[in-house]
Design a protein around this ligand. Structure first.
Ligand code: NAD
Length: 497
């Protein structure tokens, strides 16, 4: 018997009401059920939003400095428990321990940013006419809801929570039903740090998500997940007059120019498409090789082939490893993508479907293990070249010229990341200015902007305006109150006198 998780409302664990339906949370390592997550109904969402609404007045009424001090205490608490949280991420998501530690560390960076808000988010004041001053200040919006995906159980919720809370909003989070444990633990740890109602969790699936979107008291909403859902939630929340930022899927292209450093490029490409088993919105999934570069492709295949399943006792400690994917649906999607590419004429240079150690691990453990695959396509129109597979699969396409590579990248409908590998500053600049993506890498395979730089894509990787972190998030999670004052009566008349 495993535990049925509770929602978290007013700093207390609250069971979902009635006799809620529930879903099994499975271990990607073994396929075993490790928890049951309740599929909360609209009434549970109402309770969480009501708690957040009730807490808003006092929380938003505190000074920014006072809220930042509370967030600093939260940071210290989470730092003390960082290893425990990373272990939970590893357990429910399947990341390697190093990747799980990265998930927690990167989330905490956004919290660091929010702790510094008193130093960065001050308003402005200017004398605009003699005796007349304008000032602006940032004002909290109210209840902010966050609907998040499975692939970063800690970091993605922490794209929204720290800055939204820092700016004076109160929050309701709906974690992914596939990875509900990490943020449940975060809320328990936060219980004696945050005032009741400031941060609430409601577990569930699309129904709980939709109830949040529809809720009148939810003033702003962030969503991160697949593009189809992002687009739909953005459209609906916009119609309802909410402020909404919905980040979607991705298909990130790397371009290897003939002058690239073969060893570094191969290392980065493999780390990018196999890191977190390819379940990253910043993962490389297409490599555009300009010119004939057989040595590069051989190195990529060799390095990917050398990966072992996490925890493989026969591998040396230094051997690079890869974790399982999230569930059987992901396994199926990845296998279908490789089979579909093969049927369309792509050469399968490395076939993760029958990678010996991964297949053996899958059979022995019942977990969702699959090795990395490398495909060489003949055509940019192959399905695997443009659909998001979200697994450890790299599609390679040869391009005759740099502009041919740019044309392929520019034609893809997403716009999260794009990278160029080259020894030439001029070429790097040429590509940086022309890629159709918002996060650009030069000789970097996963160009995630680190704080204080903001995170966000364009095109079908983002619906709405702005970015989810950094100064763009300060704008998103507040509105500007503009106050114009005249206290000294000036002899000099103007239209403002
Ligand atoms: P998903 O779209 O299946 O689910 C995301 C969240 O939305 C979950 O909480 C889920 O319960 C909820 N949901 C699902 N269907 C819904 C519906 N019809 N209505 C309302 N809510 C719904 O995504 P996922 O599989 O959990 O995550 C993987 C996806 O997230 C990938 O496409 C990946 O690229 C994307 N992602 C994007 C970014 C980014 O920054 N752009 C970051 C991380 C992940």
């Amino acid at each position: 018997m495993v535990d049925l998780l509770c929602n978290f409302i007013n700093n207390e664990a609250v069971p979902a009401g009635g006799a809620p339906e529930s879903l099994a949370v499975t271990s990607p390592h073994t396929g075993e059920t490790i928890a049951q997550v309740p599929l909360s109904a609209a009434a549970d969402v109402d309770a969480a939003v009501a708690a957040a609404e009730a807490a808003f007045g006092a929380w938003s009424g505190m000074t920014l400095k006072a809220r930042a001090a509370v967030l600093l205490r939260l940071y210290n608490r989470l730092q003390v428990h960082a290893d425990e949280l990373a272990a939970l991420v590893e357990r429910e998501h399947g990341k390697t321990r190093t990747e799980a530690q990265g998930d927690v560390a990167k989330g905490l960076e956004t919290l660091e940013y929010a702790i510094a808000l008193p130093h960065t988010a001050a308003g402005r004041v200017e004398t605009v006419s003699r005796g007349v001053q304008c000032r602006d200040e940032r004002v909290a919006l109210g209840v902010v809801a966050a609907i998040v995906p499975f692939n970063f159980p800690f970091m993605v919720p922490f794209w929204t929570l720290p800055i939204a809370l820092g700016m004076g909003n109160t929050c309701v989070l709906k974690p992914s039903e596939k990875v509900p444990l990490t943020m449940s633990r975060v809320c328990a740890l936060a219980a004696d740090v945050l005032p009741p109602g400031v941060l609430n969790i409601v577990h569930g699936d699309r129904r709980a998500a939709s109830a949040l979107v529809e809720h009148k008291a939810v003033r702003a909403l962030t969503f991160v997940g697949t593009s189809a859902v992002a687009e739909q939630i953005h459209a609906r929340a916009s119609v309802l007059g909410k402020r909404v930022l919905a980040l979607g899927g991705a298909k990130n292209h790397l371009v290897a120019l003939p002058d690239c450093d073969v060893e570094m490029t191969a290392q980065d490409v493999v780390a990018s498409f196999t890191g977190c088993a390819g379940e990253r919105c910043m993962a490389a999934s297409v490599l555009l090789v300009v010119g004939d570069q057989p040595a590069l492709i051989d190195r990529i295949v060799a390095k990917a082939r050398a990966l072992r399943p996490t925890g493989d006792c026969s591998a040396s400690d230094a051997a690079p490893t890869m974790g399982p994917v999230i569930d059987t649906a992901a396994l199926q999607r990845i296998e279908d993508a490789v089979a579909g590419a093969e049927a369309a004429g792509a050469a399968v240079l490395l076939d993760g479907r029958n990678a010996a150690e991964f297949s053996a691990r899958r059979t022995e453990s019942g977990g969702f293990w699959i090795g990395p695959s490398v495909l060489r396509h003949q055509s940019a129109t192959d399905h695997a070249m443009h659909s998001e597979i979200f697994g450890p699969v790299l599609s390679i396409l040869h391009c005759a010229t740099p502009d041919d590579a740019l044309a392929v990248e520019n034609a893809n409908e997403y716009g999260n990341a794009a990278c160029v590998y080259t020894a030439s500053g001029a070429a790097a600049e040429y590509f940086s200015q022309r890629f159709q993506a918002a996060m650009i890498g030069v000789n970097i395979g996963v160009p995630v902007p680190r704080e204080p730089f903001s995170f966000g894509g364009i095109n079908r990787s983002r619906f709405g305006a702005g970015d989810i972190t950094g100064d763009a998030a300060v704008e998103f999670f507040s509105y500007r109150r503009k106050i114009t004052t005249k206290w000294a009566v000036s002899a000099e008349k103007s239209w403002m006198s």
